[in-house]
Design a protein around this ligand. Structure first.
Ligand code: KIV
Ligand code: ZN
Length: 508
């Protein structure tokens, strides 16, 4: 069996997709989980993009001890220096250099000739190699590039010291056969190809990202780049959980395996959903809500009992079969045990707060499900950021014949209490207007989403918001059995995050 390296770019290519941005703490939590999952390489971001990105890449680089940590960088000396400054703290650093190779990108974006790109590749790979032993070179839009030119660029990268050659299907344009042929062609024709690893990086525009990546594996790719839940720009990237399970279940076909601990897949997927608020479609392979649900009677009994349905079991991806529900008589031990089984390691302080919130919820709701517990953990983790404002009370006056009015009282870090009243199109709008008056800044609501954590009239409502103010953006999360309260909490959480991130950036 060949060992396939899994390169996770959830924190870079994934994070670029709408609604998926993460703050530094969320990136560290996610990176830790990716490391426990057994991912070989973690792309932590683009360090040279902004001070906040630099800080996140550096923090992840300092945190991880097993996985390699990399950061994508344009082939420019000053960006490479800056990237290395963030990466050099890593136990296993890798510089990931990018240059486009398709004529369309050369002409429209880079405004450089093929010859100039060839020279820049050689120069900048050499430059990066002086700083870092491990240099990955990516030929952006490789699948739409002239193969002969692409081969020359890859050869220049290899002779200048690149250790991995990545051939991205940046536009999700390729077919499995074409993609495999590209790997065979370059492996067979580029001087020095036998000394380096080749990597597949696919986008899902035509729904073929996983198929293309697996096809590349069959054609000799040594590394596959993917994201958890397949998140990524447009239709997303190759889904890591699908690659891991295909190679786990069908290693006989691919002759390859990964280092992934498949029992951590579900937990990793849930953590990403909890952090970003972006839900997985119910019928998504491996980690979707219905992925292992088989309606009784729709398949003949013998089909259900053997082959695939029997072979791929929910436990393999870490889906616990326990349907034990907790309630108001459940003790601390049972609760902590469930939290641990769901994959969260919480310190004592957090565990006390969590148990208190669980008891409050259990008083309001008959049963507390895993989804409720995950939402509670998420809301507590979301509030962990230093609080500038906390909700003291709110009073809403609303109806179909009056103008909705909200009166909100918040306390600031200095303990001072401020109360303001505002009107709006509805109770939520009125509340957000009142909060804006208190914080005294012009805040714009960019995104607002509301959902029920579970079924039933006593379900908790969860609200995610994204706000912007003076060029900065922040997200917030709120949870309550009252949806107006959940909205207010989410908005205050976003404002606290905004203040925290902007003051941190100013201090950095
Ligand atoms: O899709 C792409 O081309 C990429 C590269 C930057 C690796 O994400
Ligand atoms: Zn990409």
């Amino acid at each position: 069996m060949r060992q396939i390296q899994l390169f996770d770019t959830t924190l870079r290519d994934g994070e670029q997709s709408p609604g998926c941005s993460m703050n530094i703490k969320e990136k560290i939590d996610m990176a830790r989980q990716l490391e426990s999952l057994g991912v070989d390489v973690i792309e932590a971001g683009i360090a040279s993009a902004s001070q906040a990105d630099f800080n996140s890449v550096r923090a992840v680089a300092k945190e991880l001890r097993q996985a390699k940590v990399t950061s994508l960088v344009r082939a420019l000396a000053k960006d490479i220096d800056n990237t290395w400054e963030a990466l050099r703290h890593a136990k296993h650093p890798r510089i990931h250099l990018l240059i486009p190779t398709s004529d369309i990108l050369l002409e429209q974006r880079l405004k450089k000739s093929r010859q100039e790109v060839l020279e820049q590749t050689a120069q900048m790979v050499r430059y990066a190699k002086r700083l870092c032993e491990d240099v990955q070179f990516s030929a952006e839009d490789a699948t739409r590039s002239d193969p002969a030119f692409l081969a020359k660029v890859c050869e220049a990268a290899i002779t200048s010291g690149a250790t991995i050659i990545n051939l991205p299907d940046s536009m999700g344009y390729s077919t499995p056969e074409e993609y495999a042929n590209l790997f065979r062609l370059l492996r067979g024709s580029v001087k020095g190809a036998e000394h380096v690893a080749f990597s597949a990086h696919c986008h899902n525009d035509l729904g073929l990202a996983v198929a293309n990546s697996l096809s590349a594996v069959r054609a000799g790719a040594d590394q596959v780049e993917c994201t958890i839940n397949g998140i990524g720009e447009r239709a997303g990237n190759t889904a890591l959980e699908e690659i891991a399970m295909n190679l786990y279940m069908r290693g006989d076909v691919y002759g390859a395996q990964t280092n992934i601990d498949t029992t951590q897949l579900y937990k990793t997927s849930r953590l990403l959903t909890a952090i970003t608020g972006v839900k997985v479609q119910p019928n998504k392979a491996i980690v979707g809500e219905n992925a292992f649900v088989q309606e009784v009677g729709t398949l003949p009994q013998d089909t259900c009992e053997n082959q695939f349905y029997e072979a791929m079991r929910p436990e393999m991806v870490g889906l616990t079969t326990s349907k034990m529900l907790l309630g108001k008589h459940s003790g601390r031990h049972a609760f902590n045990e469930r939290v641990r089984e769901l994959g969260y390691s919480v310190d004592l302080d957090l565990s006390n707060t969590l148990f208190k919130r669980f008891k409050e919820l259990a008083d309001k709701k008959k049963t507390v499900s895993d989804r409720d517990i995950e939402a509670l953990v998420r809301s507590i983790l979301a509030q962990e950021i230093r609080k500038s404002y906390a909700l003291e009370r709110y009073v809403i006056n609303s109806g179909n014949t009056i103008t909705p009015t909200s009166s909100i009282a918040l306390t600031g870090t200095d303990g001072a209490r401020v109360e303001k009243v505002a009107i709006g199109f509805g109770p939520v709008d009125a509340s957000f207007n009142a909060i804006n008056k208190i914080v005294g800044r012009s805040v714009k609501l960019e995104e607002y989403s509301i959902g029920a954590v579970t079924e039933g009239r006593d379900a908790q409502g969860e609200v995610s918001v994204k706000i912007s103010s003076e060029g900065a953006t922040a997200k917030g999360y709120g949870l309550s059995t009252d949806v107006i309260e959940a909205s207010i909490l989410a908005y205050i959480n976003a404002i606290n995050n905004l203040i925290y991130e902007t003051t941190r950036e100013e201090q950095a």
